[in-house]
Write a protein that binds this ligand. Structure first.
Ligand code: 0X9
Ligand code: ZN
Length: 279
């Protein structure tokens, strides 16, 4: 049932993960970072061919409606395990991969069953009838300090009543903190806009000290993707610099608070034609 010619439900993704773990028991390990507000397991998979490899953590589908992110995360898992391409094999076997295909599980189910364009978590508010928090404003790094995050529960960028108020971001942060010494790279999957973004998100007045290195890698990514058959053009820069300021994001938190100095947010396809609002 699971495949990449259409989008899959959470149940289908879960069943596929179980299958993958059964087919590749030696190099994979399933993990659960915690439970969502509605009590669902938030699952991940570790892929490791050799212990002690530098770690890469991938956070995906933190925004409920961004289905392309979990489609890509599962595609990546499949490629890392089954590709016979030399470059993919090298990448797979020289890093320890920690991938959480669907972080915002409650929101994801809600987008499948009730409201296709739901973005936030599903935890109710004490001060409003509006439900949910923007989990990518809920991380404890410059939380609500600058622009781009809202204190209004009805806003799509509501940062929550306090940092890590959401069980989903709390679980992810606890898990990442527990393995941070093993992590070299953290990537947060989003859509859309075709952008590869470095910190900072909270300010455009400063860039990280390794900004030039981050941009060199981003350029290599952009050049490579442009040369593929689709010719997809990705722009790159700092989050606040080329997109908009937003504090309390995963990428800033990983960079600032966990010392994961290779930290990106990627915004996948497209540039708006099939997004919302249509561009
Ligand atoms: O606003 C977000 O959380 C991300 N864009 S999305 O359309 N997927 O919601 C962008 C986060 C990147 N960081 C900043 N712009 N600060
Ligand atoms: Zn997003």
């Amino acid at each position: 049932k699971f495949g990449w010619t259409r989008y899959n439900s959470l149940a289908e993704i879960d069943a596929w993960l179980d299958e993958i773990l059964a087919v590749y028991p030696v190099v994979t390990e399933g993990f659960v970072i915690g439970k969502s507000y509605e009590g669902r397991d938030i699952r991940g998979i570790k892929i490791s061919y050799k212990s002690g490899n530098p770690g890469v953590f991938i956070e995906s589908n933190i925004h409920a409606r961004e289905w392309i992110t979990s489609a890509t995360a599962t595609w990546l898992i499949n490629e890392l395990l089954s590709s016979s391409d030399d470059l993919v094999r090298d990448l797979a076997e020289s890093h320890d991969w920690y991938i959480v295909p669907v972080l915002n599980v409650d929101g994801f189910v809600y987008t499948h069953e009730k409201d296709r364009l739901w973005r936030k978590t599903r935890q109710p508010s004490n001060i409003s009838q509006c439900i949910g928090v923007d989990p990518n404003r809920n991380y404890d790094s410059h939380w609500m300090e600058n622009g781009g995050a809202s204190s209004d529960p009805c806003n799509e960028a509501y940062a929550g009543p306090y940092a890590f108020s959401e069980p989903e971001t709390k679980a992810l942060s606890d898990f990442v903190a527990s393995i941070k010494d093993k992590l070299n790279i953290m990537i947060a999957f989003h859509s859309y806009s075709q952008l590869l973004l470095s910190p900072y998100g909270h300010t455009k007045d400063e860039v990280p000290e390794n900004y030039d290195d981050l941009m060199q890698v981003a350029k290599a990514y952009s050049d490579t993707v442009k040369d593929l058959p689709y010719g997809t053009v990705y722009r790159y820069g700092s989050s606040a610099g080329i997109l908009y300021p937003a504090s309390g994001t995963t990428s800033d938190w990983a960079y600032n608070e966990q010392d994961v100095k290779i930290s990106y947010t990627i915004e996948f396809r497209d540039t708006g034609n099939f997004g919302w609002p249509p561009g």
